[in-house]
Design a protein around this ligand. Structure first.
Ligand code: TMO
Length: 315
């Protein structure tokens, strides 16, 4: 892993041995999931923690089950709690106890059905979901039997696309992508002949700089739409709402972190990334094809003014 020793040697940070000793020498366990910003951010924060003298360990985990792991202390924190994808698992773990909300990032998030702008030329009523449904045939493929194809996110993001199609009576077949890369491949291949396409996407992400596009407007999210059939337009179904259009992006911590690694915990609470910062982390990997560790080092080198004050405030 590339070190930021040059920055530190310059004396920008006054490392105090006493402050470092306050944190346990056990490794802080950081979970890694299957989308680029989360992977790069996790490595960037891991590198900050190492510069503070902590030991870190990365573990690849399911992005829903991770909340149970944080709650039990098997994993120390989660840096990207997206309201749309993980709000339900996060709330469930909160209720059981053992994990807590360690603060919001500055970023405002949205995750939902999305199309690149050329799609709107073929289906001018967009972004309304009813207009999309009236155009369903435009999205048909050999495997969807006359219905539209919607490429949803990987299964572990629990986007409930199938339930939404059923709840709203849509003429779409929902297919789960095997990976985030499969989503970008679908948009990329449609781009050549400007084929209409609708896929799961989110913001902040690198994709918005590559393909101008819009989210489909579904019935507005209401709290409880995933728990109470009465919420949303279909009185008998769950998931008949879009995801939150201005969702949060939170950090979650194991309750024991504060006492075991107080300086690292302080850093976690100081951290707050913006939409452009998160989009850039993803871009380094998805557009520039860097390895995640390398992307994290590059991001830290270019943004010392952003993260150094967080580290300084934590030591
Ligand atoms: C959880 N994600 C940002 C991929 O939608």
């Amino acid at each position: 892993m590339k070190k930021l020793s040059s920055a530190l040697a310059a004396g920008a940070l006054a490392l105090s041995g006493a402050a470092i000793a306050a944190d346990s020498s056990d490794p802080i366990v950081i979970p890694i999931h299957n989308w680029s910003s989360q992977i790069v951010m996790s490595h960037a924060v891991g590198q900050m923690l190492e510069e503070m003298g902590n030991s870190v360990e990365f573990i690849t985990t399911d992005s829903q089950a991770v909340y149970e792991s944080v709650r039990l202390g098997d994993v120390t924190f989660e840096l990207e709690v997206w309201e749309g994808a993980f709000g339900a698992s996060f709330r469930e773990a909160l209720e059981k106890g053992g994990l807590h909300d360690a603060g919001d990032h500055d970023a405002v998030t949205r995750e939902d059905w999305w199309y690149p702008m050329w799609t709107k030329e073929a289906c001018p009523g967009l972004p309304s979901w009813e207009a999309l449904n009236d155009c369903a045939e435009l999205f048909a493929t050999a495997e969807t039997g006359g219905k539209g194809r919607y490429l949803d996110g990987p299964v572990d993001w629990l986007k409930h696309g199938k339930e939404r199609v059923e709840a709203l009576g849509m003429d779409f077949v929902v297919i789960n992508a095997g990976s985030a890369a499969a989503l970008w491949a679908e948009i990329g291949s449609a781009e050549k002949d400007k084929r209409p396409v609708v896929v799961f996407n989110w913001t902040p992400n690198f994709a918005e700089a590559v393909w101008p596009g819009e989210f489909v407007e579904f019935p507005e999210w209401e709290d409880g739409c995933d728990k109470d059939p009465a919420k949303g337009p279909n009185p008998d179904a769950l998931y008949d709402c879009g995801n939150p259009a201005s969702g949060y992006l939170k950090k979650a911590a194991w309750d024991g972190m504060k006492d075991k690694w107080p300086a690292a915990y302080k850093l976690l609470t100081e951290i707050s990334f913006t939409n452009p910062q998160i989009a850039e982390m993803a871009k380094f990997v998805d557009t520039d094809e860097m390895e995640p560790e390398e992307a994290a080092s590059a991001w830290l080198e270019a943004n010392e003014d952003v993260w150094k004050p967080w580290v300084e405030a934590s030591m």
